[in-house]
Design a protein around this ligand. Structure first.
Ligand SMILES: [Zn+2]
Length: 336
């Protein structure tokens, strides 16, 4: 308890509040600019169990804002979830921290969120957020949305049966190319720190039992110094709130390639669960290109492309702008 003494002194926390936090379980989905800030705050605050899920690995241009990583993580090509968990365990060894290197999708999200008291959004895309929204409302788990770009960002807490849902806020998926991304307009580390901190604090409030104070969308622009609270209403035509329809969770069909936010990279996910021997694959690939096995992932360069292959069979195809090209490179070098 000593390590939390300054937090226990805060009237809204107190000793009993801290005990509650120590018994709480949180899932952080996405461990980039928002996720590192969220996970860092929650670990230091003494949330008893924290799981971090992320599909990506650390690159040099992440260090400007992704607070748990350093140059050594870049050199080693560390998966973000693993690098974050390693660092966080050195910060607080008295709580349980788990890392999973995987893409969150409709097949695994329910398994990931079950037994959680709260879910935090550190993702960078609408597809995953709509999936989190479906799964959390189905399993009655609060989740905290966060997004940031350039100098502005927003956050809102979604509590099943209490607040509107994420679909009430965005109604449907934006058309590809219609929204700005970090790729086109960049992002400042102050706004991601700010939004991530507010998300973690809202999570703590909810874990302490406060479900009333945070029902508005908070929009911040640091360059304008504007903080705006915007009321969001339940939509009469929301398929989730009105009909209990889990459209994104129940979607059928194969996993499609995904274009990753912020770079010319396409992710291919195998259609069934598998485990790839990266050492074996390296032996095969080094005959036709430049392959390096980094322990937790395999990098393979051929022509103008770079393939990053994970043990679960997923691959990032860098340099591919077209999903068809990415698919055929995957089939050619990794297997159909
Ligand atoms: Zn809704």
């Amino acid at each position: 308890m000593d390590r939390y003494s300054r937090q226990v002194l805060v009237a809204t926390v107190g000793k009993s509040g801290q005990e509650k936090l120590l018994k709480s379980r949180a899932l952080v989905i996405g461990c980039g600019a928002l996720g590192t800030v969220i996970a860092n705050n929650l670990v230091r605050a003494g949330i008893g169990y924290i799981k971090i899920v992320d599909r990506d690995y650390v690159e040099l241009d992440n260090l400007q804002r992704q607070m748990l990583f350093d140059e050594e993580d870049v050199e080693k090509g560390m998966p973000k979830a693993v690098a974050a968990a390693d660092k966080l365990r050195r910060i607080n060894s008295s709580i349980e921290i788990e890392a999973e290197v995987k893409d969150v999708n409709r097949k695994n999200i329910e398994e990931l969120i079950k037994d959680m008291d709260i879910v935090l959004d550190g993702t960078d895309n609408f597809e995953t957020r709509l999936l989190i929204n479906d799964a959390c409302f189905k399993h009655n788990i609060p989740w905290i949305y966060g997004a940031a770009i350039s100098s502005y960002g927003m956050t809102m807490s979604f509590i099943p049966k209490v607040t509107p849902c994420f679909r009430c806020l965005v109604s449907s998926l934006p058309a590809p190319g219609s929204t700005d991304t970090c790729d086109t307009v960049g992002v400042l580390n102050a706004i991601t720190s700010c939004i991530g901190s507010i998300q973690s604090n809202e999570a703590i409030k909810i874990l302490l039992g406060d479900k009333d104070s945070n029902q508005k969308l908070l929009a911040i622009d640091l360059m304008e110094r504007s903080f705006e609270q915007i009321a969001v209403k339940k939509r009469d035509d929301c398929p989730l709130c009105r009909d209990g329809e889990f459209e994104f969770l129940n979607k059928k069909g194969p996993s499609e390639p995904i274009k990753l936010c912020g770079r010319e990279t396409i992710q291919i996910t195998p259609q069934r669960e598998m485990e790839v021997s990266l050492e074996y694959l390296k032996e095969k690939l080094e005959k036709i290109g430049d392959a390096s096995y980094l322990g937790l992932l395999l990098k393979f360069r051929v022509d103008q492309y770079e393939l990053i292959i994970f043990p679960d069979g997923r691959a990032f195809i860098k340099g591919a702008t077209d999903k068809g090209i990415a698919k055929s490179l995957y089939a050619k070098y990794i297997g159909a």
